[in-house]
Design a protein around this ligand. Structure first.
Ligand code: OSB
Ligand code: MG
Length: 370
């Protein structure tokens, strides 16, 4: 298939409530949407889910736009590709910019799905018809507000609860949740809020039977995580510090984690995500699909990815209706009362993009070639 042109949209989706983690608060979700055209007039959608500021990793909406226009699209427009692997290889010499690479690769997968008539899940090698979903709950002003949200999500059927933690918003919070809700499937995500000096606090978490602690230490570290894992019982799950299948191999080799959160954006695409899945599956390392508060366009790829057999733990896949007033796919996906999302079986994105809404939320639009 030959790629003809691309359109890029910066969309600003208003959040219903601000989302706070140990690295800061997001009150507006800007994201980059990619619309890729082949020479037969087919369309593929993708989303590069960088945040507005470089607080989770170094990428931002602005760097994503530059990377796509200056470094990635020039290698794909006007060129022919047979496979996503071949497509991703065309810009593989570019270092970093994983969110941008992921969004572009997704648009190619979407084109491939439309033209082949096979769903994204089928193309990725998915086997599940439904995926299990958990909620990721940001840092609130008071513990009772977090507990109110947990009550609501448990009543809606969500399969596990993840709470964001940081220094002084950790033991008291987890203790209150266990006292109120008993032995629910519970995990915590620190987004790099601790260092090895905090091992005493992290050890205290051992008595709460948590499913895992996500990224307790530095965002680029694996060595200290290996040291920490020897000192705590709670399984460590790595998020920020796994940027490739090679990183996953090294982290597992040195016992820096027992579980991996695969966010396809963070690792630069679906091709790399499947490599990590396959590697972990062979070694019986559980993986699950994380999220970046994507719009329904980005989530479509996460849902299809989470249908692979090794994704054995619930995904961070709360529907956009929890975060956004409106999604740009219409209708958006839903979570049933047992905490499952049905994996689309139709070809293409699997959802229809509401282009009127997309335009309404677009603050900047670019065409390539210009
Ligand atoms: O660390 O998993 C994270 C959102 C933005 C940045 C980092 C993270 C998150 C989430 C959101 O936890 C999960 C979701 O997309 O539903
Ligand atoms: Mg995380």
């Amino acid at each position: 298939m030959t790629i003809q042109k691309a359109e890029l949209f910066i969309v600003d989706l208003p959040l219903i409530h601000p989302f706070t983690t140990s690295f800061g608060t997001i009150d507006k979700r800007s994201s980059v949407i990619i619309k890729l055209f082949n020479t037969d007039g087919n369309i593929g959608w993708g989303e590069a889910p960088a945040l507005p500021l470089p607080l989770y990793n170094s990428e931002t909406v602005v760097t994503t736009m530059i990377a796509l226009q200056q470094y990635l699209l020039p290698f794909t427009i006007g060129k022919s590709f047979h496979t996503p692997q071949e497509f991703a290889t065309s810009y593989a010499h570019v270092k970093g910019h994983n969110f941008a690479k992921h969004g572009l690769e997704c648009a190619f997968w979407c084109l491939l799905s439309s033209t082949s008539g096979k769903s994204l899940s089928t193309l990725f090698g998915g086997t599940r018809k439904h995926i299990g979903v958990g909620e990721s709950i940001g840092i609130h002003k008071a513990i009772n507000l977090t507990c109110d949200e947990i009550s609501l999500r448990l009543s809606e059927g969500y399969q596990r609860i993840k709470v964001k933690i940081k220094l002084d918003w950790d033991i008291r919070l987890v203790d209150a949740i266990r006292k109120k809700f008993g032995d629910i499937p519970l995990m915590v995500d620190a987004n790099s809020a601790y260092t090895l000096k905090d091992v005493k606090i992290l050890r205290k978490l051992d008595s709460y039977n948590l499913m895992m602690i996500e990224q307790p230490l530095g965002d680029t570290d694996i060595i200290d995580h290996a040291t920490l894992q020897k000192q705590i019982q709670t399984p460590i799950c790595l998020d920020e510090s796994i940027l490739s299948a090679d990183d996953a191999r090294k982290a597992i080799e040195i016992n820096a984690c027992k579980i991996i959160n695969i966010k396809p954006g963070r690792v630069g695409g679906i091709v790399e995500s499947i490599k990590i899945h396959d590697f972990c599956n062979k070694r019986s390392i559980p993986v699950w699909c994380g999220g970046m508060l994507e719009s329904g366009i980005g989530r479509a790829f996460n849902i299809a990815l989470a249908s692979l057999p090794g994704f054995s733990l619930p995904a961070d896949m709360s529907p956009s209706s929890i975060f956004y007033k409106e999604d740009i796919i219409n209708p958006t996906y839903a979570v049933d009362n047992k905490g499952f999302i049905a994996v689309p079986t139709t070809a293409g994105l699997g959802f229809s993009v509401d282009e009127k809404r997309l335009k309404r939320y677009t603050s900047q639009q670019y065409s390539f070639p210009g």
